[in-house]
Design a protein around this ligand. Structure first.
Ligand code: ADP
Length: 472
């Protein structure tokens, strides 16, 4: 990996093939060797060949390299020459162990040697045969044959060897520099691309937030205005009756005070929902988990609301697979979820309808089903109703009051419990909301079985607030 975890280019990991097209290098090396009569090969930073040898002489390939100790000595020479050339920062010319002239041109990137181009297998003057006979004997090569191959070695002027080494050095380094700049450019454009993606994501989020804010203002202004107008008219009427000394009948007073109370509940519900929605948005909405009997929590709240449903002649039937199931949950928030689903079921079900609350035990999780035979939800809206401010009928002339916040809060609470919520619904037939809630226990025994029970009045108050959108 030439790009590390911190997204930086690691020069120590760069290989020749990363910066130079290997076909181009082989081609260049072959042409260079052929035109200059100089053998050549390119090795990586560890001395391993990365190109095929170009124009190797018979002297080297058929004899020196064929001898085990000769081949080893060649490898040592290449390595040492590579090191010397790196120290020099340029071509290094030397006489190899077999008595031929070789040179090493380092390929350097940002001061780090990533490989070496080796050239040579040449002489600058006619050779002294005696020296080579000795070499042949040392390496266990037939002297006659080595001397015959020696005669094929090209004699090139020192000036030309220096120039050839310089050319190889310059071209290999220019090629690798171009390749390296290309890597840097690619990385830069990738960084820019990532930056653009991040900026676009932020922009999308800001747009969504703005959209939400606009929706929030329009929904809230409508939702605030309606109950406030009703409260205001009731106060005016009561004042009028009072001034005309007509407030002698208690029923008149209670009629208007109830209307005002219900609309105050509506305001409280809306404000509570907006506050919680904001808390969720900034991560301040927290669960207070305790090991609780979830069946009891659901059954109690269902029974408490049944009386209110009865005012619309709606029957609520509770059924469960299991009598008790202890799990870590926030009973207050689970009540809130159930109240929301049940109040929706009551709101969107006609007089005389039926609501079934059923709990299915699945060992590691439970399924809570809230099923009504109300108006149903069109298929294209079934996913959307969990989004904030979504109402199937959002027109101002709609039959049902609401802000479209409830289900988005329900979904968040269920997900905070690591659960899931889904809906099955058919227009005119009814809707079924299903919550899948995992069963898990807190190990801390202090958290076992909550005894915090809301008193009945508080519970009733909560139900009234939740049902305030429905005229019961
Ligand atoms: P609201 O305050 O409008 O009830 P919710 O987020 O609780 O907001 O619900 C969003 C919308 O989903 C409702 O306006 C309604 O159109 C639809 N909906 C929710 N529950 C039911 C149900 N049981 N039957 C039919 N429609 C429902």
């Amino acid at each position: 990996m030439i790009i590390n975890n911190k997204e930086e280019i690691c020069i120590d990991k760069i290989e020749i093939k990363d910066v130079i097209d290997m076909n181009l290098l082989q081609n260049f090396q072959d042409h260079f060797a052929e035109s200059m009569d100089i053998a050549s090969i390119t090795v990586d930073r560890y001395g391993n060949p990365v190109t095929k040898p170009s124009s190797y002489t018979r002297f080297c390939s058929n004899y020196i390299h064929c001898s085990i100790s000769g081949d080893k000595k060649c490898a040592d020479c290449h390595r040492k020459a590579g090191e010397e050339s790196a120290k020099l920062g340029g071509p290094y010319i030397y006489i190899c162990h077999a008595g031929l002239i070789d040179f090493a041109a380092p390929i350097i990137l940002e001061g780090v040697q990533i490989g070496t181009i080796l050239g040579g297998q040449i002489l600058i003057e006619k050779p002294e045969e005696l020296r080579y006979i000795e070499t042949a004997r040392e390496l266990d090569i037939e002297p006659d044959k080595l001397i015959e191959a020696l005669k094929e070695i090209k004699i090139i002027s020192e000036k030309n060897i220096k120039a050839a080494a310089e050319v190889l050095f310059l071209i290999a380094n220019a090629l690798s520099k171009i390749g390296y700049e290309e890597i840097k450019l690619k990385k830069l454009s990738k960084d820019l691309e990532d930056e653009v993606i991040k900026t676009n994501a932020l922009l999308d989020e800001a747009n969504k937030y703005n959209e939400l804010k606009t929706k929030l203002f329009s929904t809230i202004s409508h939702e605030l205005k309606t109950p406030l107008n009703i409260i205001f008219s009731s106060v005016q009427l009561l004042e009028d009756y009072y001034n005309k000394k007509m407030l002698t009948d208690d029923r008149l007073f209670y009629k208007y005070s109830n209307i005002m109370k219900q609309n105050c509940y509506r305001l409280i519900r809306l404000i509570d929902n907006v506050i919680d929605m904001n808390k969720m948005g900034v991560g301040f909405f927290e669960l207070n988990l305790k090991n609780n009997d979830i069946i009891k929590v659901i059954e109690d709240i269902t029974i408490s609301i049944a009386e209110f449903a009865n005012r619309k002649k709606i029957k609520i039937i509770f059924d469960t697979d299991v009598e008790e199931k202890i799990t870590a949950c926030d009973s207050d928030k689970i009540e809130r979820v159930m109240l929301n689903l049940l109040s929706n079921a009551i709101k969107f079900t006609d007089y005389g309808g039926m609501i079934n609350v059923t709990i299915y035990d699945k060992e590691n999780y439970i399924l809570i089903s809230v099923k009504d035979n109300g108006i149903g939800i069109p298929e294209n809206m079934q996913d959307k109703i969990f989004e904030t401010f979504t109402q199937v009928d959002s027109s101002l002339r709609r039959n049902f009051e609401g802000s479209g916040i409830g289900l988005s809060i329900v979904k968040s609470i269920v997900e905070m419990h690591k659960g899931e919520i889904s809906v099955n619904s058919q227009l005119g037939i009814g809707s079924e909301f299903i919550i899948k809630l995992p069963i898990k226990l807190l190990e801390d025994h202090n958290n076992y079985l909550s005894d915090e029970c809301l008193d009945l009045n508080q519970k009733l108050e909560k139900i009234k607030i939740q049902l305030s959108d429905i005229n019961l």
